[in-house]
Design a protein around this ligand. Structure first.
Ligand SMILES: NC(=O)c1ccc[n+]([C@@H]2O[C@H](COP(=O)([O-])OP(=O)(O)OC[C@H]3O[C@@H](n4cnc5c(N)ncnc54)[C@H](OP(=O)(O)O)[C@@H]3O)[C@@H](O)[C@H]2O)c1
Length: 243
């Protein structure tokens, strides 16, 4: 199974930290080439010979079409795109400014739509390609203080499901992964976080395992959606000491 992935080229958003970084490291360890989108990359990741950092702020929506076009010209033909970038902002709706609403939707949803739009024709032309999106348990059920975040993730799920249908005849595999709470820097500016015990949060490796499973589906089969969550649902409130 591993040999299938060797030497493949992937584009990963959110590659600098958290889930996207774990997926990036998993693919690099398997001999894949990864171009990773993010704003801040550390030396350790950049030192890997298979990794190309692409410094880009996905919230700057107006700049993205031109930047993605440039990127498409620069990169070798891709085997897949894995969209992991995103962040959480929570609170009562009226606590969000219009700018904050737009930034959350732009980053978590619209930037990914624009990215896929740019690369999709090449995938369709080659009759192959893998597109994986990191949704959330917030894509499955609404919750208190989650209006905008849930809206971005519900919409991402609708986008992924529709794209899966649109791409079926073109041999492109489209999948969505909906994790529960994962211990990452996602929570560093939030006033809640998952429990610290091993059965109270997912690890980034758990999500990378799910991505790996999807990537290794045989051509002709698609793992449409994976939901995964910690064994116990425990939420701790207050500012985190460190995650
Ligand atoms: N952690 C959880 O409990 C959890 C659960 C379900 C779903 N998710 C989803 O999983 C995805 C990854 O979250 P995570 O837990 O890995 O969070 P994280 O550790 O905070 O990482 C977020 C990643 O997104 C990138 N990113 C955020 N805003 C960006 C922007 N404006 N432009 C470019 N890159 C940006 C960050 O890169 P830079 O900072 O370098 O720009 C970073 O690589 C998100 O979509 C999140 O909604 C997380």
């Amino acid at each position: 199974m591993d040999a299938v992935q060797t030497k493949r080229s992937y584009l990963i958003t959110g590659a600098s930290r958290g889930i996207g970084r774990a997926v990036t490291q998993r693919l690099l360890a398997q001999g894949c080439q990864v171009a990773g989108i993010g704003r801040h990359f550390d030396d350790e990741l950049c030192a890997h010979s298979g990794f190309v950092p692409v410094r880009l702020d996905l919230a700057l929506l107006d700049e993205l079409p031109a930047r993605f076009k440039q990127l498409q010209r620069k990169l070798p033909p891709l085997h897949g795109i894995i969209c992991c970038a995103g962040y959480g902002r929570f609170g009562a709706l009226e606590q969000f400014s219009p700018t904050q609403i737009r930034a959350l939707i732009d980053t978590n949803l619209t930037s990914q739509i624009l990215l896929v739009r740019e690369f999709l024709p090449a995938f369709k032309q080659r009759h192959t390609g893998q597109l994986i999106f990191i949704g959330s348990e917030a894509a499955l059920a609404g919750g208190r203080n989650g209006t905008i975040y849930c809206a971005s993730k519900f919409a991402l799920r609708g986008f992924a499901q529709s794209l899966r249908e649109e791409c079926a005849a073109s041999g492109i595999q489209v999948g969505l992964i909906n994790p529960g709470m994962v211990a990452t820097s996602f929570f560093r500016n939030l006033d809640f976080r998952p429990g610290a015990a091993a059965d109270q949060h997912l690890t980034t490796g758990d999500v990378a395992d799910a991505v790996w499973l999807m990537l290794n589906a045989r051509p002709g089969a698609v793992i449409d959606e994976i939901n995964l969550s910690p064994q116990k649902r425990v939420i701790e409130f207050g500012r985190p000491k460190k995650i």
